[in-house]
Design a protein around this ligand. Structure first.
Ligand SMILES: [Zn+2]
Length: 290
C-alpha cells in the first residue's frame, strides 16, 4: 500500500475498463500513437513508456505533507498496473502442426547433467507456433521482417470478438471498431484458441471476408493478430486474404494464444526473432495493460 495509507489514495486515479475517463486516456494514447508514427523506433519506445506512466494520474498538491509520494504507483497498485499476459504458444516436438508442416525437432546434443553443459539444435519451419507473416511470404522485392521498425511490433491493440461467425464481415468490424477506425493493431478473437492442439483447430475456423480485409488495410491497420492457424482456410490454394493483407503492408500474426482475460484494449508486444531475408518468424507475444 501507499505510504500514508488511504488518506492519500483519493488523489490517485487508476484507469480501468468502463472508467468514464477512459475516453480521455484513449485520446492521449491516440495522440501519442500519431507522434510515435512519425518517430523512429527509439522515439516510439519513449512514447510507450510515457503512456504507461500516464495510466496513474496525480491530482494532489505538489508540495507539503500531502505531496505526491515518491513511488506513487508503488505497492499493490504497481503490481496491478504491470499485469501482463503471455499470448505465445510453446514450441515443442509434440505440438500439432499446420497440415504438411513437419514437427519441430529439438535436439539437445549436450546436456548439463551428462556433459557438464547444455547445447541444443532446434529445427523447425519459420511459420511455427505463434509467428508473424511478413510481406515476403507472398510478394517479391518487399522488406524482410527484420528490417521493420520496432514500432510495428509494439502498439495498442483492439480486440474484435467474432466467436460463432463463420465469416467476419465489414458489418461486424464496424459494430465493434466504429466506422472511422484508426487503430494500428487488431486482434481477432474467433474462439478458435480454445481448440489449440486438437485436430479441430485447423478448421473450419472463422475468417475475414475479402471486403473486411480491404476495410482493415484501407483504414491503416498494420498488424492483424489471429487466434487461428492462418488468415485463409488451410485448404486454400490462392491465399486471397494473405495477399490482401500483406499486399497492403498489414502484417499477420497467427496462432495467437488469446485469453478471454485480456482487456479489449491493451498494449501488444509481438517481437519476431531477427533473421535476414525473413518472410515470417516465430514471435514472443505479450499483452500489457494500457
Ligand atoms: Zn504464417
Amino acid at each position: 500500500m501507499l505510504k500514508g495509507g488511504s488518506a492519500r489514495s483519493h488523489h490517485l486515479h487508476v484507469y480501468q475498463r468502463g472508467d468514464p475517463d477512459i475516453a480521455r486516456h484513449l485520446a492521449v494514447r491516440d495522440s501519442l500513437r500519431r507522434v510515435a508514427a512519425e518517430r523512429d523506433a527509439y522515439g516510439t519506445f519513449q512514447a510507450g513508456t510515457q503512456r504507461l506512466r500516464k495510466c496513474v494520474r496525480w491530482s494532489g498538491p505538489a508540495r507539503g505533507r500531502d505531496a505526491r509520494p515518491r513511488r506513487y504507483n508503488g505497492g499493490r497498485r504497481y503490481e496491478r498496473s504491470l499485469r501482463m499476459w503471455d499470448l505465445t504458444r510453446t514450441v515443442s516436438e509434440d505440438m500439432l502442426m499446420y497440415p504438411g508442416q513437419p514437427s519441430p525437432v529439438l535436439h539437445h546434443f549436450a546436456e548439463a547433467a551428462r556433459d557438464g553443459y547444455g547445447l541444443s539444435e532446434y529445427r523447425f519451419w519459420n511459420h511455427v507456433g505463434t509467428h508473424i507473416d511478413g510481406p515476403l511470404h507472398f510478394f517479391a522485392h518487399r522488406p524482410s521482417l527484420h528490417e521493420y521498425p520496432l514500432a510495428r511490433f509494439m502498439c495498442p491493440a483492439h480486440v474484435v470478438h467474432a466467436g460463432g461467425a463463420a465469416l467476419v464481415g465489414v458489418d461486424l468490424l464496424v459494430a465493434q471498431l466504429g466506422e472511422d477506425c484508426h487503430h494500428r493493431a487488431i486482434v481477432l478473437d474467433t474462439g478458435t484458441h480454445a481448440r489449440w492442439n486438437t485436430p479441430e483447430y485447423f478448421g473450419p475456423f472463422p475468417i475475414l471476408t475479402e471486403d473486411a480485409a480491404h476495410w482493415l488495410v484501407d483504414r491503416g491497420v498494420t498488424l492483424l493478430a489471429l487466434d487461428t492457424p492462418s488468415a485463409d482456410p488451410v485448404d486454400t490454394e490462392t491465399f486471397p486474404l494473405h495477399r490482401i493483407l500483406l499486399g497492403g503492408d498489414c502484417l499477420i500474426l497467427e496462432n495467437l494464444a488469446y485469453t478471454p482475460e485480456l482487456p479489449d484494449v491493451f498494449q501488444l508486444v509481438a517481437l519476431p526473432i531477427k533473421v535476414a531475408g525473413s518472410n515470417g518468424d516465430p514471435a514472443r507475444v505479450v499483452g500489457l495493460p494500457l
